[in-house]
Write a protein that binds this ligand. Structure first.
Ligand code: ATP
Length: 596
């Protein structure tokens, strides 16, 4: 368990002062506890047997012994309280530091890591696992450390007074040690299994609850409940196993400890009877004996905490050991004042490097141009969009901004100058204005409202109870798709970046909402380099250049007029879009021919 302290030494380092003070108090407490049985010895061996003790008279000696016992006990209690407060306080502070550091680390990890993780499981590591580490630290610092100090003190004094008795006292240590080691291993493994199953329970619940509309609309409640129950049962089985072994351990320890004490009492009594040991010394030994077993018993009781804490530590350290795949290179420098030239050259990329979804993609956007990416679904258009703000790194080829490879630039400077408006706008819990300010935290209220107006957010905001200060629920579930999209556009507008990557919403918007979203988008795109994953005829027509992507390759490029004129993927797609546009336009009312 000390290895856990060692593994978290960097988190403990800032609390050196409290640890030192706590350590000194622990030493003082152990000294006081060691002194506590000695007044009793003086009373038994001197007062009760009428043997003089220095120049003190009987009454004074008794008074002094009683005062010493009370004083030692009171001082001992005070130091124990102060030591526990100092050391448990370190545990609390460390918990707060560790949780924040783990959260910050998780946020910095690249998307490819997050896509392979379950959100519920990561949340569990941040809360439950960090808590178990804190419990372990508090146990080690404020329970185990004082007891271990006491144990060493008792052993040293016992050996000095009577080495034979000291040996007798430690006879129980080997069987105790064996029992502890065996049970520890078993409890730890069940604790780890329980945590793993708990992660599955949490992530299944969060997955289902965040997709509750889908579940309800497909009558999936029964199925998801059965899955939940099976995960929960697995967690229960592992938990019961852990509880069983955790309950057996203190019982086994008690049997060993009391047998050991009985042996000490037997041998001690025989020695007092044959006169080779003073009764007072036997009482001191028995008092020490009681204290000697205390640390070992405490250790036994701490097994559960320690096993859970070690399992939690493994899970937290596992996350902390992961390095972000996409991070600043040592030579990275900031990009100031991006003009807006964007280029991909010979880019090959796959989310799984062995299965590329883009092959040798080359495209260019001049500053201020509107570039559309068109092509069938799953062709790789959104993937291109994600490579420009360096959400992922390419496997070969380059992505450049104003001619600089994005891998040579600092991530912050790239992402501060490139806005990404995803197809499905995600909102965070907070007010509407908080959401607009997400990418520009220093923007003033006026700037935020101005952006909101430009994105036609004001069209619906007046109808909300608190206007711009209305709280939206997590993921924006209380707003329609079109309303969320407009907030996302306002969020990009207020950032005022020279490059905007836009994934056009494909569906879910009614005609009015769509018209307002499109107007908002027009304002967002004006005067910037825009790369848009286009699903609308109107956008394709406005584009300065269209790149047609099919199965991860650029298969054609040109203006709308050029591409619509040549046979190929684009012409087919364009015909379909034109047909849809005409089909959805309201048809004029048929006129009745005037009767002849
Ligand atoms: N995060 C991801 N992890 C793994 N594979 C992904 C991921 N995102 C997309 N893909 C895969 O990469 C390929 C390209 O997807 P992408 O979303 O870029 O296509 P798209 O052309 O934008 O499609 P759509 O028009 O439907 O949005 C698809 O096969 C898709 O399944």
């Amino acid at each position: 368990m000390f290895s856990v302290l060692w593994r978290f030494r960097a988190t403990l380092a800032p609390h050196r002062r409290e640890l030192t003070v706590g350590g000194l108090l622990v030493l003082a407490g152990a000294g006081l506890a060691l002194a506590l049985p000695w007044p009793l010895k003086i009373v038994v061996d001197h007062l009760l047997q009428d043997r003089p003790f220095g120049p003190l008279s009987g009454g004074v000696l008794l008074g002094a012994c009683i005062a010493a016992m009370c004083g030692l006990a009171a001082l001992g209690a005070l130091t124990t309280y102060l030591a526990e407060r100092a050391l448990a306080g370190v545990g609390e502070r460390m918990l707060a530091d560790l949780r924040t550091a783990t959260f910050a680390h998780l946020q910095r990890l690249s998307l490819d890591y997050h896509q392979t993780q379950r959100v519920g499981d990561l949340g569990n590591r941040l809360t439950n696992d960090v808590n178990t580490i804190q419990s372990l630290l508090v146990a080690v610092l404020s329970v185990l450390l004082p007891n271990a100090t006491l144990l060493v003190g008792i052993l040293v004094i016992s050996v000095l007074i009577d080495p034979f008795f000291a040996l007798l006292s430690v006879l129980v240590v080997p069987p105790l040690y064996l029992v502890l080691v065996r049970y520890r291993r078993i409890i730890k493994s069940w604790a780890a299994t329980a945590r793993r199953e708990e992660g599955r329970v949490a992530s299944h619940a969060s997955e289902v609850l965040s997709a509750i509309r889908l579940v309800k609309s497909h009558s999936g409640e029964g199925r998801s409940e059965r899955r939940f129950r099976s995960f929960s049962d697995a967690r229960l089985a592992a938990g019961l196993q852990r509880v069983d072994f955790a309950a057996r351990l203190p019982a086994a320890v008690d049997v060993i400890v009391h047998t050991g004490r009985a042996v000490v009492l037997l041998v001690g009594t025989l020695r007092v009877l044959d006169g080779s040991m003073e009764l007072g010394l036997l009482l001191v030994f028995l008092a020490y004996n009681e204290k000697l077993y205390q640390p070992v018993k405490q250790l036994a009781k701490l097994q559960t905490t320690i096993s859970k804490g070690q399992a939690g530590a493994d899970r937290v350290l596992e996350v902390l050991a992961v390095e972000a795949a996409v991070r600043d290179a040592p030579h990275a420098r900031p990009l100031h004042h991006l003009r807006g030239h964007v280029a991909l050259r010979g880019v090959t990329f796959g989310y799984d490097p062995d299965r590329p979804v883009l092959h040798d993609v080359t495209l260019t956007a001049q500053p201020g141009q509107l570039i559309a990416l068109a092509g069938p679904t799953g062709a790789g258009k959104s993937t291109v969009g994600g490579l420009i703000p360096r959400l992922y790194d390419v496997q070969s080829g380059t992505v450049t901004l104003d001619g600089h490879d994005v891998r040579d630039l600092t991530l912050d400077s790239v992402r501060d100058q490139v806005s990404l408006v995803p197809q499905d706008a995600v909102l965070m819990s907070g007010t509407i204005l908080d959401n607009i300010a997400f990418g520009a935290p220093h923007a003033t209220r006026e700037q935020l409202v101005e952006a909101a107006k430009a994105a036609y957010v004001d069209e619906f905001v007046d109808r909300l109870p608190d206007g711009y200060d209305t709280e939206v629920h997590e993921r924006g579930g209380s707003l329609s798709g079109g309303q969320r999209q407009r907030i996302a556009i306002a969020r990009a507008l207020v950032r005022d970046t020279p490059v905007v990557i836009l994934d056009e919403p494909t569906s879910g918007l009614d005609a009015v909402s769509e018209a307002l979203v499109m107007k908002g988008l027009e304002r967002l795109t004006a005067g910037r380099t825009v790369i848009v994953v286009a699903h609308r005829l109107s956008t394709l027509r406005r584009a300065d250049r269209i790149y047609v992507i099919d199965r991860g390759r650029v298969v054609d490029a040109g203006t709308h007029a050029e591409l619509a004129a040549r046979p190929g993927v684009f012409r087919d797609m364009n015909l379909l879009l034109s047909y849809q546009a005409t089909a959805t336009r309201p048809s004029p009312r048929p006129r009745l021919k005037a009767a002849g």
